[in-house]
Design a protein around this ligand. Structure first.
Ligand SMILES: C[S@@+](CC[C@H](N)C(=O)[O-])C[C@H]1O[C@@H](n2cnc3c(N)ncnc32)[C@H](O)[C@@H]1O
Ligand code: SF4
Ligand code: SF4
Length: 385
């Protein structure tokens, strides 16, 4: 489970394809308190967090103590990832933050020269970004830190021509370069199809009109987004708007939070990121319902097999263990089916061989050789008469 947690409530830039950049979500001075953060990490871990990103709709390096937050995540044996615009003239916390144990750092860019970069990254300066990247590369070359740094090039139609220049620059510094298809269009700003406080109304006729509109969404089942107050939102795709606020992560019962997200009207007509339900999805839904309606002791559904499955999940098996178990079960099932098919093919081949031999024996027998011309003659006579 991936948690995106904003530790500040602001960004220094005004990206034209971002709800924060366009101030659809306004900047404030608010920051997450460290004591609240520690409690959130404990609960997130209890509820299956494997990775925490200290960003969602903000710039994480605006928090002056970001390194402390990273360390707290890592001390709880959870991966910590960051994404930054790096367009900050002062990054005095960068090295301490990396040394606190960041596993992955993405640096988002959208052009190699300012005339292109600033089309989307309004308010930013790509020369500052390049300088910070150069300092970072220099530091990494003399350090033994195990951290993956990606220069994340957000690809739009108008900035494709500068991809190769940025790739060359990144590779010359020994940094990974990644082209990422961007959503939205900075040339026709912005964005979001509903305002921050409007009630969301859904036309019931639309529900189920898309084949997958009732299927699980990866952003709902695998990702949880919290703002710097610790409030949980529907998902990380639409921005922290009031009408997508679910409740406070620490104060709210986890299962109720998940169910409230599951039944959120926005999800019913949104067609993003759907997948066919996995065993894990179904068991999760069962568990959320079970816990909400029947309390702590409820372990699952009725049949013996689902009871067993629920027990496995409640032992906090990791996602990869669960995937592997499910995978192993379906591989064994298919292997059994193939073996049964092979057995029936072999048996049919044997039956055909026996039949062939019997036909061969009959046709080469004396009685067949004598009787066949007579049977032929009888047929001709019957036809003539
Ligand atoms: C909203 S940003 C917040 C983190 C940080 N301020 C940054 O820009 O990297 C979260 C992620 O969204 C990505 N992002 C920003 N604009 C995007 C766009 N138009 N399409 C797709 N991803 C985008 C960024 O690369 C970043 O990894
Ligand atoms: S830097 Fe990140 S958070 Fe800030 S406006 Fe751009 S995409 Fe949004
Ligand atoms: S279906 Fe849409 S609204 Fe619902 S969680 Fe997924 S991306 Fe968000």
């Amino acid at each position: 489970m991936l948690y995106y947690i904003d530790i500040v409530d602001a960004c220094n830039l005004r990206c034209r394809t971002c709800v924060r950049g366009q101030r659809k979500v306004k900047n404030s001075q608010e920051k997450m308190s460290f004591s609240r953060f520690k409690k959130i990490v404990v609960k997130a871990k209890e509820k299956g967090a494997t990775t925490v990103g200290l960003y969602n709709w903000t710039e994480p390096f605006l928090h002056p103590e970001i390194n402390k937050f990273v360390k707290e995540v890592v001390d709880n044996n959870i991966h910590c990832v960051l994404s930054s615009n790096f367009s900050l003239s002062e990054m005095s916390t960068l090295i301490d933050t990396l040394e606190a144990g960041v596993s992955e750092l993405s640096v988002s860019v959208s052009g190699f020269t300012n005339d292109i970069y600033q089309i989307n990254h309004s308010g930013g300066d790509i020369e500052v970004v390049k300088r910070n990247l150069t300092d970072l590369a220099q530091y990494l070359s003399g350090s033994s830190l195990d951290i993956k740094v990606y220069v994340k090039y957000l690809e739009f139609d108008y900035n494709r021509e500068q991809i190769s220049a940025f790739r060359e620059f990144s590779e010359s510094l020994g940094l990974n370069f990644q082209v990422y298809p961007a959503s939205g269009d900075p040339l026709t700003p912005v964005l979001n199809d509903f305002s921050t406080t409007d009630e969301i109304t859904v036309d019931v006729r639309e529900i189920g009109s898309s084949e997958k509109s009732l299927n699980p969404c990866a952003l709902l089942f695998d990702v949880i987004a919290l703002d710097c107050k610790g409030d949980a939102y529907l998902c990380c795709a639409y921005g922290n708007f009031e009408n997508c606020r679910i409740g406070n992560f620490l104060e709210m019962d986890y299962e109720k939070m998940m169910l409230s997200r599951l039944f959120h009207p926005k999800c019913r007509t949104c067609t993003l990121f759907r997948r066919n339900p996995t065993n894990r999805d179904l068991t999760d839904i069962g568990r959320w319902f079970g816990k909400s309606f029947f309390g702590e002791d409820f372990i699952g559904l009725d049949s013996e097999s689902s009871r067993k499955q629920s027990v496995v999940y409640s032992t906090e098996a990791t996602e990869s263990e669960l995937e592997n178990e499910a995978l192993k079960r379906s591989i064994t099932e298919y292997e059994n089916k193939i073996a049964a098919l092979n057995r029936s093919v072999v048996k049919r081949d044997a039956d055909i061989a026996v039949l062939n031999k019997r036909i061969g024996d009959i046709m080469s027998s004396t009685s067949w050789r004598i009787s066949s011309p007579l049977r032929l003659l009888k047929g001709i006579l019957q036809k003539d008469s």
